[in-house]
Design a protein. Structure first.
Lengths: 918, 374
């Protein structure tokens, strides 16, 4: 059943297969996507919709098969580069590709820069997009503080900033309230009217939305079930709505057991204390009231639904009920007892499932279940049967040994509920448990809930966006801006409004509330349209290197850093602190040597010898040693650095010129100190000998000491501080900038904004340097501060060329941020990035770069690292400029070494960084 | 009983999580094998392979004799140098020492005059400069004495001093370096593992999930401490056996079980410190920076890298509160000097007290931050 042959196609897929581990996400799919219309992808989670969409957008790598998008092979890098400015991709998840600390304007501005628009054009487009979406009043609001629906609108604006020919939206309305959803689709419709040449590819879990699309593709298990217009699909299976049509399209086995959900009436007799009782519950965050005097009573066994737009206070209310969050005002009672958050016994009676997936993604399904069973103290012999029961009940049998992170969204939600149910709680608190779950799975989920409520008398407190789910509740509360608008059985609410459906009733309540509240969206500017007034964005900017895109990334990264004041304070204040610690703390001078005499002679000569040593300012005299055992014991204890043993008859032997031998027992466990100690003792010994022992025959007649004249260059006073402070600057400038940078890429990977790198024309080099720039700038600021500190606080004179120090510093900080970047591109988790950066910087910088031991004295791997590690070169520059009065000419070698390191490190980052998801 | 079981179960979860991060596992292996070996070659202080040049303006048998007297391991063979090259070579750091022998030196010495040899030292290389200068002095004097005594090997002076190094008679710096590297890795890994494990739970929302279960912050913390501590303890034991004793061939003077129980005490305090850091920092990037700011002073000022006694009094006093100071102290005492519990107990006690303080403050802060989180 293909569209008529004359039809244009925006994308063609042939024999596409995609496999993750042992899961086949797409099973040799062949499909054509008609151009210039809305194409909807339908199907449960984990059937390959997201994979298909990301492949078409060029974000994901093709494993096998051929995909043609906008007239070219998207598998070819050249075509991706050319086509990418014409495609927009919005990944699944609320505001997934937005930057939460950036304002609405800054987010849009960033995307504009990535598509090479100049300031005037960006501002014009942003104004138009905001006006047409009614978001103009929120231009300066941080994205993180927008409601879910607004986030999605902003995401859409970001996608539309470059007038794409193909707009790909992955479940854009999942988790968004009905009013916002309606507004969202109106917006898309208007844009389609203005730019009819734009093709839209959408996936959705809401069948009512799909009804409005031009072309539908129903998928299951990596295969295409059917395609056609909504009317065709419905008529083919003889269903009057898409929900039913989809279920009938499913293969026999999946449909089995599916029947229309019937909610048996509840035994209304309100027996005993209510399960939950809230009275005037209020919660404020600063001057923002999230929950405003909410009161309700939920009797045992009731299914109580909580409806409301995103950010209206549902989650906050639930958290207060569970004791996760203390209330500002009001009381919450659970089974007749006040919720305190400390009462572990009550927790055992409650099962909680939070909105965000909060199980251990790195554990398998079974491990998650077992962990929770044990924590809830199930008897050992009951654990296995209970887990098996849940696995069966929740259809997790196929996933039991899979990692939770590999599960499709809907299955994860089922697992979350199974975990919440493991201890058979009397009360279930479920925060949007079915967000992103397909219709069949949702119905079976609710079947479970109804069964629990009616048969096991479990009280269920559930929040949802789905109207059909709300219809299955015994009572529902409509919430908006922290207040409960209405609270009644569903049928009564519909009747009260004179509406036909619950959805209409809800929207009418919301609109009434919104009318009274200026906070919500401003009227949408209908008159103008971005595309009609604006010239088409030039689409041919993708090739080559663009400074604008580079600065786009740099600017955004800088804004994020600026907003994170704690990180900025650590970065700037931390380096000052570290300089103080290292500069004052590290001292290689050997002082306060603990010496003890073991005098076997006790003659005037031996006492003179002892006085000679005690008189030295380097030594601290400890109580004498009296026997060999004590010598051994006290050295072992570590109190003594050296014991000087004077032999019996020392005095006599010296007097008569006979041979005698002093023994110095040095604590050798720290060789560097031991040898210095030995050096001092020997020095004092020769001093003693020179002064008191008559020269014997054959010895040189001249005193040898004055023969050798020491000339300490660059540090005439030979003070440790002069030698130690200049190298601490390079050390600090590798540790902190590398660590700042290290989380740059992994963090985007973990939070999802990495998709912007995949789906926009940004090249890898632009990304690498753009992200590095702000951190390099912070590091340069550190360099200046630390240099000033060296001169003022530590009084180390800066004798050489300041310019050389600055230029060398610049090359160096590029090297160190590059090093952080390499780590970030290499690792897949933030914790690994931190640890990796720590081992790649701390050891080489403090041990192999010449801080305490010159590089030339190293051996083996240390020597190799010391030769190539950038810190070693910048220590040479720093030492040279501070202590040796050197300039560029004298430091040409380290400059070259640093200059060469940059392209090498960048090349490594470039190779590790992938422009596509695999 | 119930508490113990919870702590055990949650700890098992920690271990499984770590095992699922292969890059992390590779890093841990690296840190306790190659990093220890390469760290062993990088100890500070001792003069090794010091580059020396000689400006021989005398060209006599004596000056040549002196020039040939420098050899490894302390010095690289002396390289002849021209007068004009002395300053640039020192500036560039090519040589740490340049020995300047004046014209007619041998003649003057034999004539009983006191000619001066000048030793130019690059004093920015503190550690080598001082020791190296005194070695050079000894070498030059020995050569002159031997020369004057008619090329005989030097006669023993009547009043001599013999230096005997206890616990490491050959003064191998490799062992000391290996232990310092091991000690540093132990601290770093323990802090990162626990701190990051906490932040990760917070960022993934699983921390909140734990709190709706019948678990207390105390149990959550204890689980992280034992699990991550155990990982570090096991890799430490393996590294000590396989790398320090095996590859580097170091004789361990004291009792390994005693050392490992000390490591366990140390781990108790540094994992608690990790939790403390993980509670103060709210995000992974903040944690990364804070960790560096805490680890570096702990490592550099513990007495492992530079002598503890040389630090300013105030720093010494403050560092008494740092677990690493006590760790380094007992590690040296047990491993090198064969000390027993009767010697190291004050360090153990200090570690236990410090650990308890860290633990209590981390717990208080964690409780506070959890009740305020939303």
């Amino acid at each position: 059943m293909n569209p008529e042959p004359t039809r244009k196609f925006v994308a063609r897929v042939e024999g596409l297969s995609q496999r993750y581990g042992r899961k086949l996400a797409l099973d040799s799919i062949t499909l054509n996507f008609p151009a210039d219309c809305m194409v909807g992808l339908l199907g449960p989670d984990g059937v390959g919709k997201s994979s298909l969409m990301s492949i078409i957008s060029g974000v994901r790598k093709i494993q096998t098969g051929k995909v043609e998008v906008l007239g070219g092979d998207i598998g070819l890098e050249s075509h991706r580069t050319a086509a990418c400015p014409r495609i927009a991709y919005m990944p699944q998840g609320l505001g997934k590709n937005l930057y939460m600390t950036l304002s609405v304007y800054e987010n849009l501005d960033f995307f504009g820069r990535l598509f090479g628009q100049d300031k005037a054009e960006r501002d014009r487009r942003i104004d138009e997009l905001l006006a047409s979406t009614g978001m103009s009043p929120f231009k300066q609001r941080p994205a993180g503080k927008l409601s879910g629906g607004m986030k999605q609108k902003l995401g859409l604006c970001c996608s539309l900033i470059h007038d794409p020919d193909l707009l790909i939206l992955d479940e854009p309305t999942t988790g968004v309230d009905p009013l916002s959803r309606r507004q969202f689709w109106d917006l898309i419709k208007r844009i389609r009217v203005q730019r009819p040449q734009m093709s839209v590819l959408v996936s959705t879990a809401y069948m009512d939305e799909a009804d409005g699309f031009d072309w539908l593709i129903a998928m299951d298990d990596g295969k295409v079930l059917a395609e056609g217009t909504p009317a065709e699909l419905k008529s083919r299976v003889g269903a009057d709505n898409l929900d039913a049509a989809f279920i009938r399209l499913l293969p026999e086995a999946k449909r089995q057991g599916h029947k229309a959900l019937v909610v048996p009436p509840r035994n209304v007799a309100m027996e005993g204390t209510p399960a939950i009782e809230a009275e005037g519950l209020t919660r404020r965050f600063g001057d923002f009231t999230a929950v405003d005097h909410v009161s309700f009573k939920i009797p045992k066994g009731e299914i109580f639904g909580f409806l409301g737009s995103n950010g209206c206070g549902k989650t906050t209310t639930m958290k207060m009920l569970t004791g996760l969050l203390p209330s500002t005002e009001g009381t919450a009672m659970m089974f007749g007892e006040k919720v305190t958050g400390k009462d572990l016994a009550t927790r055992k009676r409650i099962g909680f499932m939070s909105q965000a997936f909060s199980l251990y993604a790195e554990l398998t399904v079974r491990q998650n279940l077992v962990l929770h069973a044990r924590v809830f103290d199930l008897p050992k012999d009951k654990i296995e049967p209970r887990i098996n029961e849940l696995i069966k009940q929740f259809g997790l049998g196929n996933y039991i040994e899979d990692l939770a992170e590999s599960l499709p969204l809907g299955t994860r939600q089922r697992l979350s509920l199974a975990v919440a149910m493991i201890h058979k709680p009397e009360l279930l608190i479920l925060d949007e448990p079915t967000s992103g779950v397909d219709p069949v799975a949702r119905e079976s989920f609710w079947e479970l809930l109804i069964h629990l409520s009616r048969n096991d008398k479990v009280t269920i407190f559930v929040s949802t966006h789905f109207m059909n789910e709300a219809g299955w509740c015994d009572r529902i509360s409509l919430m908006h801006s922290g207040k409960v608008l209405a609270s009644d059985p569903p049928a009564k609410l519909v009747a009260n409004c004179g509406a036909k459906t619950l959805e209409e009733a809800f929207i009418s309540y919301l609109e009434k509330a919104a009318a009274a509240n200026a906070e919500t969206a401003a009227p949408v500017a209908e008159s103008k349209s971005p595309a009609q007034t604006a010239p088409e964005a030039p689409h041919a900017l993708a090739t080559g290197f663009s400074w604008r895109r580079l600065f786009g990334y740099a600017y955004r990264e800088a804004l994020e850093l600026k907003r994170d004041t704690i990180r900025l304070t650590f970065a700037l204040g931390g380096s000052v602190l570290m300089m103080l610690v290292l500069g004052f703390g590290i001292n290689l001078d050997v002082e306060d040597i603990a010496v003890s005499m073991f005098d076997n002679d006790n003659s005037p000569a031996s006492l003179r010898y002892a006085d000679n040593i005690a008189g030295s300012s380097y030594f601290v005299q400890k109580p004498p040693v009296t026997d060999p055992d004590a010598l051994e014991r006290r050295l072992r204890k570590g109190d003594l650095d050296v014991v000087v043993e004077i032999p019996p008859n020392f005095g006599k032997d010296v007097a008569r010129g006979a041979n005698t031998e002093i023994a110095a027992w040095v604590n050798g466990s720290m060789p560097s100190r031991a040898q210095s100690v030995a050096g001092y003792v020997q020095g004092l010994h020769s001093d003693f000998v020179a002064r008191t022992v008559p020269p014997s025959v054959g010895a040189p007649k001249v005193g040898i000491q004055p023969l050798l004249e020491m000339r300490y260059r660059c540090n005439q006073d030979f003070k440790s501080i002069y030698a130690m402070v200049p190298p601490t600057i390079p050390i600090i400038l590798v540790l902190i900038p590398a660590m700042l940078m290290a989380l740059g890429v992994v963090r985007e990977k973990e939070l999802g904004s990495i998709y912007n790198f995949y789906s926009t024309p940004v090249t890898r080099l632009e990304f690498i340097f753009g992200k590095q720039l702000p951190y390099a700038a912070v590091a340069m600021l550190n360099l200046v501060v630390l240099s000033v500190m060296a001169v003022t606080v530590f009084q180390v004179p800066l004798k050489g060329s300041v310019l050389a120090l600055i230029l060398g510093g610049f090359l160096y900080v590029i090297c160190t941020t590059s090093l952080g970047f390499v780590m970030s591109a290499f690792t897949s988790t933030q914790i690994a990035a931190i640890f990796g950066t720590a081992i790649a910087t701390i050891l080489p910088a403090t041990q192999f770069s010449g801080l305490t031991q010159p590089v030339s004295a190293l051996e083996g791997t240390g020597a190799i690292i010391g030769k190539i590690y950038p810190t070693a070169h910048f220590i040479t520059i720093s030492q040279g400029v501070f202590n040796k009065a050197l300039g560029f000419k004298d430091l040409i070698d380290p400059f070259l070494a640093l200059a060469v390191s940059i392209p090498i490190l960048t090349a490594i980052s470039w190779m590790l960084l992938k422009k596509q998801e695999s | 009983m119930k508490k113990l079981s919870n702590i055990f179960q949650l700890g098992i979860k920690e271990l499984l999580s770590l095992w699922r991060d292969p890059v992390m596992v590779i890093f841990i292996i690296y840190a306790f094998t190659f990093a220890v070996i390469s760290g062993s070659k990088a100890t500070s202080g001792d003069v090794k392979n010091a580059p020396i040049a000689i400006l021989d303006q005398d060209q006599s048998p004596l000056s040549q004799r002196i020039g040939n007297a420098f050899f490894p391991p302390r010095f690289k063979p002396a390289v002849p140098i021209q007068a004009d090259d002395v300053d640039p070579a020192l500036d560039a750091g090519t040589y740490t020492f340049v020995l300047d022998i004046p014209p007619n030196f041998a003649r003057d010495v034999q004539a009983g005059k006191q000619p001066k040899i000048q030793l130019n030292i690059d004093a920015t290389r503190m550690s080598q400069a001082f020791l190296g200068a005194s070695y050079t002095q000894t070498i030059v004097m020995d050569e002159i004495r031997a020369y004057l005594q008619g090329h005989k090997t030097q006669a023993k002076p009547p009043v001599d001093i013999v230096v005997r190094y206890k616990f490491n008679p050959t003064q191998t710096t490799v062992w000391f370096g290996a232990i310092v590297a091991l000690v540093n890795q132990i601290t770093m890994l323990a802090v990162i593992l626990t701190g990051a494990a906490l932040i990760r739970e917070r960022e993934h929302g699983t921390l909140e999930h734990l709190l709706v279960m019948p678990l207390t912050p105390f149990e959550i913390m204890m689980a992280k401490i034992w699990a991550n501590g155990l990982v570090v303890l096991v890799v430490t034991a393996l590294s000590l056996k396989g790398i320090v004793q095996g590859v580097l061939d170091m004789p361990i003077a004291g009792s390994v079980p005693l050392f490992l129980s000390g490591v366990a005490l140390h781990l108790f305090s540094v994992t608690a410190l990790g939790i403390l850091i993980g509670t103060v920092a709210r995000t992974m990037p903040q944690m990364g920076l804070l960790m560096i700011l805490v680890i570096i002073p702990l490592q550099m000022l513990s007495g492992g890298n530079t002598p503890y006694q040389s630090m300013p009094e105030a720093v010494q006093f403050i560092m008494k509160a740092a677990p690493t100071t006590h760790f380094v102290a007992f590690a040296q005492a047990i491993l090198f000097r064969g000390a027993g519990l009767e010697v190291v107990w004050p360090s153990y006690l200090a570690l236990f007290v410090i650990g308890c303080v860290f633990f209590a403050s981390a717990l208080a802060l964690l409780r506070k931050s959890l009740s305020a989180s939303a």
